[in-house]
Design a protein. Structure first.
Length: 729
């Protein structure tokens, strides 16, 4: 083995060692989400394509304290980490922008802030835009929803359909958040049908309060006040969704293959300033070397590790097989007979002594020749090449019409089918209302008539105690006039009952009471004996809000069941859950409003009706928008395309109008026969490198079967033994 070969082997061996490899160092950044009255700061890093938010902190602020509040938050998120962080990314409210540019006053404010903080500004992004983008990347579908950002004193209401923003409205928050959101949504006059999903998120508000707000929104009368197709779903987003979205937007600008990972549970390892300086020096050196791409290097390392593991696995399998045969072999080895036959064929007993060498050489040559032939003809290669597709997106308003027989490309109308089902279900809810129950106090009063005329007081006449408590005469009573002889007042007794329940009505004997519409100079009253019987206690009852909340919950569950049932009946059609109109057939609560209870239930039957359509018809219509824009060197595959439908309106005649978004993946055209010819007979690793150097190919994987030692793994010489597939990375 020459010195060059020895060094190559040594290099290959050291590649598998856990040390000696240069690791790509993370880059650290700050992010600041500026709200109307709330700030959130974060420390995040980007290591290759991996983005992590390491720490975040929030606080309320006033506009004049922006710099000092930001400085305190940045110190907090940095903590004890000895890092040099030079750049900061800003997330700003929609109200700070004018035609997607920062208004002059806020631009000057940020300039002043970064100067005082001694930081370099990366960029700014509208928080609402960052949030919609983040949700789309996380859920892998464009977002259609109403986003409601809640701060202590303000709201931000954003409407987005199929990932496109219709706008954001900022307004002051009142005690009735449902009315606030309704007011904001009424300003979206260009939106005919609102998305039937409300996503709420908050800055500086704990989860318990958000749950309470969700309950209020579930009880709000959305259907009678705004243009929803059905009662909207209401969900709470993750606590740190805003600042995570802003960090992701910054990472996406740096590397559009960025992957967001959740905050690590373990504390981040601190590093000395000298280490950070050394890292920066290494980064500077890297910039001067040719850019070979982090992903490629990482994948290559992964292949080496897999190869070593496979070799070890093969060795283990051989050992296991040997042990297994030894364990199950009987005392009389039935497998010895064929072995004896082979031995007899190779026996030299009947070969002349001089010809034995020639015989053995012939056998050896035949074995070698057979091995070479098998090596050339038997192995097969399964090759997967990964390409990066071009994405073309188009959207269009489509109508699914039950009266339409065939798809109409020009009018964008596809055939529809009216579907209908009745679903029954029940669920339980918790009561949250309160009221006082008990008995009113009762007693007897002595009434004195100080006038010269008889007085008659009807049942229900009101008397008032000094404390303001009111009592009602329980019977009609007549009081004689004052005596003309000695001036003695006329007197009568009557029973009274307190107007309200409670122990406060238990008056002591001798308490003076006045009549509501009569002067005490004419009539007066005084309690005779102690009043009694007044009691009260606070109990939990079913409120109107509780019933509405449970109704919305049950309808939402039944809607999902209806969609699944209809989809099961029509597997070749597409039934949209949002496109099902609802009509309550039967509704029965176990408790009425104000009934005492801690829990109650609802039995509900709902009729759901909608329009189904064939997804192939939809793809056929929308794909025509893409076909004319396929660039040279690419091909369009309808099979690899995606569609999303966002319901706009369901007409009374069954016509379903929706916004269809079409995402087409365009595959680069590859000359597979030419590729096969270029790599046949090559070692596997060499073939992979050749493939990766070809235009439009990002990576490749080659599997040889049957498995061979790595040193013998080559791509077959015969193209018929090479199977090449093209896929997405």
């Amino acid at each position: 083995m020459g010195p060059t070969s020895f060094m190559d082997l040594l290099s290959k061996l050291t590649n598998h060692l856990p040390f000696g490899k240069k690791k790509e160092l993370p880059q650290y950044y700050f992010a600041l989400k500026i709200g109307t009255d709330h700030l959130t700061a974060a420390l995040w890093d980007l290591e290759g394509t991996k983005l992590q938010v390491l720490e975040s902190a929030s606080a309320e602020y006033k506009s004049e304290d922006l710099v000092s509040a930001t400085d305190a938050l940045l110190d907090k998120v940095l903590g004890i980490r000895q890092l040099v962080v030079e750049k900061i990314l800003f997330g700003v409210p929609e109200s700070w922008l004018l035609d997607d540019d920062l208004k002059e006053e806020y631009l000057n404010l940020l300039r002043s802030a970064v100067k005082e903080l001694e930081l370099q500004p990366m960029a700014y992004v509208a928080t609402s835009h960052a949030l919609v983008h983040f949700l789309e990347k996380q859920e892998n579908v464009p977002t259609t929803a109403i986003l409601v950002g809640i701060e202590s004193n303000h709201l931000a209401v954003t409407v987005t359909r199929a990932g496109k923003l219709d706008g954001t409205k900022m307004l002051a928050r009142t005690s009735n958040i449902g009315v606030d959101i309704e007011k904001a949504l009424l300003a979206f006059t260009q939106v005919e049908t609102l998305p039937s999903k409300i996503l709420i998120y908050a800055s500086g508000i704990d989860f318990g309060k958000l749950e309470k707000i969700k309950g209020e929104l579930l009880a709000y009368q959305w259907m009678s006040k705004l243009s929803f197709l059905h009662f909207p779903k209401i969900e709470i987003l993750d606590e740190d969704i805003e600042i995570n979205s802003i960090c992701f937007a910054g990472g996406f600008e740096i590397n559009n293959n960025v992957i967001f990972t959740s905050k690590p549970k373990a504390a981040t390892m601190t590093r000395s300033l000298e280490e950070v300086a050394e890292d920066q020096t290494v980064d500077h050196e890297k910039e001067e070397t040719p850019n070979i791409g982090f992903v490629v290097g990482d994948v290559s390392a992964g292949e080496k590790e897999i190869t070593v593991a496979e070799e070890l696995k093969e060795d283990e399998e051989v050992d296991d097989i040997g042990h297994e045969q030894k364990a199950i072999m009987p005392q009389k080895d039935e497998r010895r007979y064929p072995i004896k036959i082979w031995a007899s064929l190779l026996s030299t007993k009947f070969i002349p002594r001089g010809g034995r060498k020639i015989f053995f050489l012939t056998i050896v040559m035949l074995i070698i020749l057979g091995g070479v032939v098998a090596y050339l003809f038997v192995p097969k290669a399964q090759i997967k090449v990964f390409v990066e597709p071009k994405i073309l997106e188009k959207h269009s308003e489509i109508t699914a019409d039950p009266k339409q027989k065939t798809a109409d490309q020009d009018k964008k109308i596809i055939p529809g089918q009216i579907v209908e089902t009745e679903i029954s279900g029940s669920d339980k809810g918790s009561a949250s209302g309160t009221k006082e129950i008990g008995d009113p106090a009762k007693g007897v009063v002595a009434i004195r008539n100080k006038t010269d005329q008889e007085k008659k007081l009807s049942k229900g006449t009101i008397l008032t105690a000094p404390s303001g408590l009111k009592f009602i005469l329980d019977t009609t009573v007549s009081i004689a006039s004052r005596s003309a002889e000695d001036g003695t007042y006329g007197k009568a007794t009557a029973e009274v009952v307190a107007q309200n329940i409670g122990a406060e009505g238990n008056l002591p004997s001798g308490t003076d009471l006045n009549f509501a519409n009569l002067s005490s100079d004419q009539l007066s009253a005084k309690s005779e004996g102690n009043f009694s019987g007044g009691t009260s206690k606070k109990v939990t009852v079913v409120s109107d809000t509780d019933q509405k909340k449970l109704l919305a919950q049950v309808v939402s569950n039944l809607r999902k069941q209806a969609q699944q049932k209809l989809q099961g009946k029509l597997p070749d059609k597409k039934v949209l859950e949002e496109a099902l109109s609802e009509q309550v057939v039967k509704k029965s609560f176990s408790k009425n409003i104000n009934d005492q209870a801690t829990e109650f239930s609802l039995n509900l039957t709902v009729n759901f009706k909608g329009t189904a359509f064939d997804d192939k018809d939809l793809k056929q219509i929308v794909s025509q928008l893409v076909t004319t824009e396929v660039p040279q060197g690419y091909e369009f595959s309808l099979q690899d395309s995606e569609t999303q439908s966002d319901v706009s309106k369901l007409e009374d005649d069954g016509r379903l109008i929706f916004l269809a978004r079409f995402k087409a993946k365009l595959i680069p055209k590859l000359d597979t026969e030419k590729i096969k010819k270029g790599i046949r007979g090559r070692q596997v690793r060499q073939a992979v490198e050749i493939l990766k150097e070809l235009d439009n190919i990002l990576d490749a994987e080659i599997t040889i079967s049957p498995p061979l030692p790595q040193i013998l793994q080559i791509v077959p010489f015969f193209e018929k033994n090479i199977n090449l597939e093209v896929g997405f990375k």
